[in-house]
Design a protein around this ligand. Structure first.
Ligand SMILES: Cc1ncc(C[n+]2csc(CCOP(=O)(O)OP(=O)(O)O)c2C)c(N)n1
Ligand SMILES: [Mg+2]
Length: 388
């Protein structure tokens, strides 16, 4: 059974929910878009689930009933504010949790396996009452009635949503043929340019979602470590490799949503300053892997943040010529380099999953073998930092 997002929002409004925040999941493909167009609900697209919950708490303090939508992977990001803010201050919020890796869906991706099998137990352990949504309007209303009872006791309530239970609406991925945004480069084109500039000994850590899948489609190689899950942590993993293995060039292939989720890492990388490190952000101004919901990179300048955090060189590119030039310079001089590449939201029609060829463990083993090969590069000393 599938409930339309319009009905879901109508029921929430009927129960006087007036504030919404969260981080998208593909199961909420158009919820974020529809709520952002709804004049009766204030909505905030948060960078991480923890801050989504905190926005909701602020709004609840000010008297607004609040909803937080998240994937169960994001439970890991909310446990601190859930326990040390929401629970100890008795400020209830409604959690709409999309459950990936449910035990009856064994075909889901491996990064969801552990959280999928433990979502119920975790909520029970934290004494958060929950209900599984059945996909019907009556079922959703029944969940809201239970939430009401919990709210009377100043306790938060979680509604667990499964794949296909909410309408996908317009939040679908566009294909290469379709016109999508003003930026000329697609993620695929950008990755082709980057891949051509790499030597076999260069190591690449790519972020979760379509960026890893495009990289896998275009240039699967042992030196690629494909992150699946742990959104926002790709650059820290890559910088950790770079610091531990200064003889190799290491590239982080990141997304805007991922960088925004844990942006403090830019300050740490600027401070630690790995000279063999190149951080590339493919900024499509959205969470394209989960349906194209807008990200706040639209109003932020990530390259200015990186420059302020003391990356040694920072560049912004839009065209293939600019990207070619920026990658060549970054790979031949000392870093840490930051390269923001604006891209459009189109992707290849068929985007294979990394797990169609490698399990995560096989990928790790291949990457470690690549990491132990002798390097084939020489860095020139770099000039002082510049923002272009
Ligand atoms: C903690 C957490 N929250 C949410 C998700 C769901 N998720 C997977 S990919 C993705 C989008 C990431 O956006 P971005 O980094 O901009 O990459 P894009 O999809 O646009 O290429 C999201 C929200 C997740 N995997 N982990
Ligand atoms: Mg993006």
């Amino acid at each position: 059974m599938t409930l339309s997002t319009t009905t879901l929002l109508a029921l929430l409004k009927q129960q006087k929910y007036r504030f919404f925040s969260g981080v998208p999941c593909s199961n909420f493909a158009d919820l974020f878009q529809q709520v952002s167009l709804d004049n009766d609900i204030t909505s905030v697209p948060a960078a991480s689930e923890g801050s989504a919950l905190s926005f909701a708490v602020g709004a609840a303090l000010a008297g607004r009933r609040s909803v937080v939508a998240l994937q169960n992977s994001g439970l890991g990001n909310i446990i601190n504010p859930l326990t040390s803010l929401v629970q100890i201050n008795c400020i209830p919020t409604l959690l709409l949790i999309s459950v990936r890796g449910h035990t009856d869906e064994p075909e889901d991706e491996p990064q969801h396996r552990v959280m999928g099998a433990n979502t119920h137990a975790l909520l029970d352990q934290l004494a958060i009452p929950w209900s599984e949504f059945d996909g019907t309007p009556q079922g959703f209303m029944a969940c809201l009635v239970k939430a009401e009872e919990a709210f009377q006791r100043s306790v938060s309530f979680a509604v667990l949503v499964r794949k296909g239970q909410l309408s996908a609406g317009l939040g679908v991925v566009v294909n290469d043929e379709q016109q999508v945004s003003a930026y000329p480069l697609s993620v695929g084109c950008a990755l082709e340019i980057i891949s051509e500039a790499l030597r076999p000994s260069d190591l690449v850590v790519s972020t979760t979602g379509f960026i890893s899948r495009e990289l896998f489609r275009l240039s699967d190689r042992p030196g690629n470590f494909y992150m699946q899950g742990s959104l926002g942590h790709c650059s820290a993993v890559a910088a950790g490799v770079a610091l531990a293995r200064p003889s190799h060039r290491v590239v982080a292939l990141d997304g805007d949503g991922a960088v925004l989720m844990h942006m403090g890492v830019l300050s740490t990388i600027g401070y630690a300053s790995p000279r063999n490190f190149l951080h590339i952000v493919l900024d499509n101004e959205g969470y394209v892997s989960t349906g194209g919901q807008e990200s706040t990179s639209v109003t932020s300048s990530l390259e200015a943040v990186a420059a302020a955090c003391r990356y040694r060189a920072v560049r912004r590119c839009v065209t293939s010529a600019e990207l070619n030039d920026a990658v060549a310079r970054s790979l031949s001089t000392e870093g840490p380099h930051f390269l923001l590449c604006k891209v459009n939201q189109s992707h290849s029609r068929s985007l294979p999953r990394v797990t169609s060829r490698h399990t995560p463990e096989e990928n790790k083993q291949a990457f470690q073998i690549a990491l132990n090969q002798p390097p084939t590069f020489h860095l020139q000393a770099a000039p002082v930092a510049a923002v272009r």
